[in-house]
Design a protein around this ligand. Structure first.
Ligand SMILES: *Cc1c(COP(=O)(O)O)cnc(C)c1O
Length: 221
């Protein structure tokens, strides 16, 4: 077996064990294999294994890598995880099924326009800035209600919230906050948890775990 396949199976088993220990019922989180910087050669074994959720950070890279792959593997859902500039929205809408980084109204308006014109069905996560970090993207929790209303008025399909907690801190506290925020808004999906903390994210019922290094290995750039 290819190392990406054994890594994925190992992660799936750890998640199953964690869910059993927590006695959660009807909870089945999805694993997004974050393939940014990795080539088709590393992605193909997972595709052939039947994995269907993949994540990328850059529109250009996604278009180059996934244009043909998505035609050959029709069940694949591609997730945009990185910061999305409005001038890239047109192409993003062509290749991605989910966008996790919706964080401002200008972007929301541009997405609404392109999704309508291209007649696409794209599911969106609102990125939340839980750490009150000035340099980080995301909507402040106190602004979520009005931002969500604006997005709904634009007919955007908001499925949940997403966060990237500050590094070197107890991420569990952030996962708990996002879980509570999600409950308040009755969103179906939560996007949180990466290689180092996906089991903590499981504890707070994340529905999309974004795992890169743990599946593909260390990134060289
Ligand atoms: C790169 C990236 C990941 C995956 O990170 P790993 O630590 O390699 O698992 C998850 N989410 C986002 C937003 C990323 O940019």
């Amino acid at each position: 077996m290819h190392h990406t396949q054994t890594n994925l199976i190992d992660i799936q088993n750890k998640i199953k064990e964690k869910i059993t220990n927590l006695s959660y019922n009807n909870y089945n989180p999805k694993i997004i294999a974050v393939s940014k910087t990795f080539s088709e050669k590393d992605i193909l074994p997972l595709l052939n294994y039947g994995h269907g959720e993949f994540g990328e950070n850059k529109v250009q890279e996604a278009l180059q890598k996934w244009g043909t792959l998505k035609e050959n593997y029709k069940n694949v859902k591609l997730h945009m995880l990185g910061k999305l500039q409005t001038n890239k929205v047109k192409h993003a809408v062509e290749i991605f099924d989910y966008i996790h980084s919706l964080d401002n109204l200008k972007l929301a308006k541009k997405l609404a326009k392109e999704i309508r014109e291209k007649n696409k069905k794209i599911k969106l996560f609102i990125q939340i800035n839980l750490g009150d970090e000035k340099q980080k993207s995301g909507i402040e929790p106190s602004q979520l209600e009005s931002f969500y209303q604006n997005c709904s008025a634009l007919n955007l399909d908001i499925v949940g919230t997403m966060c990237i907690p500050p590094v070197d801190q107890d991420t569990k506290l952030y996962f708990k906050s996002l879980y509570q925020l999600n409950q308040k808004f009755n969103f179906q999906e939560i996007s949180m948890g990466m290689t180092n903390d996906y089991l903590d994210a499981v504890e707070y019922k994340s529905t999309f775990l974004r795992v890169g290094t743990g599946i593909f290995g260390k990134r060289s750039n």
